[in-house]
Write a protein that binds this ligand. Structure first.
Ligand SMILES: [Zn+2]
Length: 372
């Protein structure tokens, strides 16, 4: 399938200038984009963004001050330093220390609605938020109270902010099969109204995907979509496993797909969307530098790509910044950037009326911009 992107006439060497993230500062991927204003006003959908991983310093500071004595600083200024990671394992450790701050339904409400406010400020109209219920239930929050809290926040966000939220419940892979059982139970028995999909996250090394096949079979049987992470920190074999064993309908990251032409051709032929999160890949060292990021290879192969922020405050980014990075990597103008936004809507599990209205908003925003 031909690429939906329009290219501008920028030179390739301009692309690589300033895009190299030094090892000592893996989070310095900020690009100054001529399209920043266009991107900020563009109505957007986000498909790969984590619940706890979206906790901004403001939200984390509020939770930390509610629970003194926690490992996480309650000072917003110190949180930036705390969120600097030496590698993927360190990232998981820090992430879990933030999970430890969430102790009851009120904390869950504060976190979830705070995330919605931050998304609204970025002109995000629809988001699928990846939630790991096991992590919270395992720390003593009753399942019913957890579901009530996220649903309260979801309905309030739609009513107050016009932001439509849906949930992906994912298995924290590092916690093994018991966590998978609890996640499946939460997804099928507690089944909150906003739940649309079932995922698998955490480390990939030493956590083979096929062991979770029975859980994905059951979740898909209950009508949930399959959206595992795969090929973020391991090779293309993990992506094949996600497709063949877990019935993946979208791939979280899929970074290593670029190493396997047959896989790229398969993803393109079946238009299986890739949830690409460029800054995250640099921050976790899954990719050494932005200049080496395979996003352009995916597009060149005809894959359907969506742009996402993963754990934005922890990676010192947000969705608008990720669109700016993607525009640089793909050499896009406003029409190409709007095509990326349309990709995310099309690849989402949003209700049809939301898809139609959001696509219409993107189209009229672009038309107004081009006419202006
Ligand atoms: Zn993720």
């Amino acid at each position: 399938m031909p690429s939906p992107f329009q290219r501008t006439d920028k030179r390739t060497d301009e692309l690589t200038d300033g895009l190299t993230a030094p090892l000592t500062a893996p989070m310095t991927t900020t690009v100054s984009s001529p399209y920043a204003g266009f991107i900020a006003g563009l109505p957007k959908a986000e498909l790969h963004v984590h619940h706890v991983g979206s906790a901004s310093p403001r939200i984390v500071a509020e939770l930390a001050s509610r629970h003194p004595g926690a490992a996480v600083p309650a000072d917003e200024a110190k949180l930036a330093e705390y969120f600097t990671f030496s590698d993927f394992a360190h990232f998981v450790t820090v992430y879990l220390s933030v999970v430890d701050l969430i102790k009851d339904g009120e904390d869950v409400r504060t976190l979830t609605y705070g995330i919605a406010e931050n998304m609204h400020a970025l002109n995000v109209r629809y988001a699928e938020l990846t939630v790991s219920p096991h992590s919270h239930l395992d720390r003593g929050i009753p399942g019913e109270a957890f579901m009530e809290a996220i649903e309260d926040a979801r309905l309030a966000a739609e009513r107050d902010l016009g932001l439509v939220l849906r949930w992906c419940f994912d298995i924290p892979g590092e916690d093994g099969l018991r966590a998978a059982d609890i996640t499946l139970d939460a997804a099928t028995r507690l089944a909150p109204a906003g739940l649309v999909s079932f995922g698998l996250g955490g480390p990939e090394i030493g956590v083979p995907r096929p062991q979770f096949k029975p859980h994905f079979d059951a979740a898909r049987g209950a009508g949930l979509h399959s959206v595992p992470h795969a090929g973020e920190t391991t090779g293309p074999g993990t992506i094949w496993d996600a497709l063949n064993d877990l019935g993946a309908e979208r791939i979280g990251h899929g970074t290593s797909a670029a190493q396997d032409p047959e896989l790229l051709a398969h993803l393109a032929a079946h238009q299986i969307p890739l949830e690409v999160c460029p800054t995250s890949n640099i921050a976790t060292r899954a990719v050494a530098t932005l200049a080496e990021h395979p996003l352009a290879d995916f597009v060149a192969a005809g894959c359907l790509v969506t742009i996402n922020s993963d754990d934005p405050p922890m990676f010192a980014t947000d969705l608008n910044q990720e669109y700016a990075v993607a525009a640089e990597l793909l050499d896009l103008d406003e029409t190409g950037i709007a095509a990326l936004a349309r990709n995310a809507v099309g690849a989402s599990f949003a209700p049809d009326d939301v898809k139609v209205s959001l696509t219409g908003e993107i189209d009229s925003y672009l038309a107004r911009h081009l006419a202006g």
